[in-house]
Every structure is written in structure tokens, then in C-alpha cells.
Design a protein around this ligand. Structure first.
Ligand code: HEM
Length: 162
């Protein structure tokens, strides 16, 4: 089981996350542009996974992050959504290592789009929250990937040592 962010971050950390998110996304379009620019600077090969026009993608990402931040008071209720999101990401060609890049880009964008640099407690809360999001998305991805392998290998999937 993955530890809930609330268990470790406590309520004050949830408040830091909510406040800093609201401050950083006052201009959501600019946030989205800067975020994807950072992702592609860190990992240029990832650009090819996305459509040419990123306008809708920016909106979807911001919406997903908003859902997570609003749900911080009851994080366990987010888990099924995150697992399903992670499972869909397998189909987009996303690999586990990409989550590291996206996490770094996200925290750096939050930092840059805030009026002042994130203080250490807020930054740590974001790193922890992203780790929790990624862990649940990757659980969903693994479950989806395993299901595909079983479907492809049929009876041999259960063979010892396969
Ligand atoms: C915090 C983690 C992430 C969140 C909240 C997130 C959110 C989303 C959302 C909401 C969508 C729209 C489609 C859907 O709902 O299935 C999407 C699509 C996509 N995401 Fe993510 N994502 C995350 C991590 C990643 C990572 C690590 C990558 C790797 C580069 C990635 C690449 C993509 C791609 C390629 C698409 C499909 C674009 C398209 O073909 O339209 N995402 N993501």
C-alpha cells in the first residue's frame, strides 16, 4: 500500500499545497506553457508522444492537478482516478522514468510561477505529493501492463520462470 500524502504531510502541508497551487496557476495557460517547455527541455524525446497542438493537453493537465489539490482532504478518494489515469498513460507510450522528469518540471514551474520561490516546506510537500501521485499512476500502469501481457501470452503467462 502506498502511504497517503496526508498521513505524512498533515493538514498544514495540505494548506501549503492548496495555497501555493492557487498562487502559481493564476494564469493557467502560462503555467501550462512553462510546464511543457520544461518537460521538453529535460527530455526532448517526450515531445513526440504529444500532439502538435498542446492547448487541450494544457487544460487537461491543469484540470487533473486541480482535482488532486481539491481532493487533498480525502486523498484516498483520489486513488481509483489516479490508477485509471496511470493505466491510460501506458497507451500514450509513457514510461516510469518519465514521471521523474514530469515531477521535476512541475515543482520547478510551481516555483517559477509563484511570486516568491517556494519555501522548503512547501517544496517538500510538492515533492511528496507528486511521489504519491506517480506511485498510484504507476500501480495502475503496472496492472494494465500485466493484463496486456496475460492477454498476449495466453496460457503461457502463468508458466513458471516465464
Ligand atoms: C502528475 C502526473 C500526470 C498527470 C496528472 C497527467 C494528466 C494527464 C491527463 C489528464 C491527460 C488527458 C488524457 C487522459 O485523461 O487520459 C494526459 C494525457 C497525456 N499525458 Fe499525462 N499526466 C501525468 C503524467 C504524465 C507523464 C509522466 C507523461 C510522460 C511524458 C505524460 C504524458 C502524457 C501523454 C503523452 C498524454 C496523451 C496526449 C495525447 O495524445 O493527447 N503524462 N495526462
Amino acid at each position: 500500500m502506498t502511504e497517503s500524502p496526508a498521513a505524512a504531510t498533515t493538514d498544514p502541508a495540505a494548506l501549503l499545497l492548496k495555497r501555493s497551487f492557487a498562487a502559481a496557476v493564476r494564469d493557467p495557460d502560462r503555467f501550462g506553457r512553462e510546464f511543457y517547455a520544461r518537460v521538453f527541455a529535460l527530455a526532448p524525446a517526450v515531445r513526440a508522444l504529444f500532439p502538435d497542438d498542446l492547448a487541450h493537453q494544457r487544460e487537461k493537465l491543469l484540470r487533473a492537478l486541480t482535482v488532486v489539490v481539491r481532493g487533498l482532504d480525502a486523498p484516498e478518494s483520489l486513488v481509483p482516478t489516479l490508477r485509471q489515469l496511470g493505466a491510460r498513460h501506458v497507451g500514450y507510450g509513457v514510461q516510469a522514468g518519465h514521471y521523474v522528469v514530469v515531477g521535476e518540471a512541475l515543482v520547478d514551474t510551481l516555483d517559477a510561477r509563484s511570486e516568491q520561490p517556494l519555501d522548503p516546506a512547501t517544496r517538500a510537500a510538492w515533492v511528496r505529493l507528486f511521489g504519491w501521485i506517480a506511485a498510484h499512476m504507476l500501480e495502475g500502469a503496472e496492472a494494465a501492463d500485466g493484463a496486456t501481457r496475460v492477454a498476449n501470452n495466453g496460457a503461457t503467462a502463468a508458466a513458471p520462470g516465464a
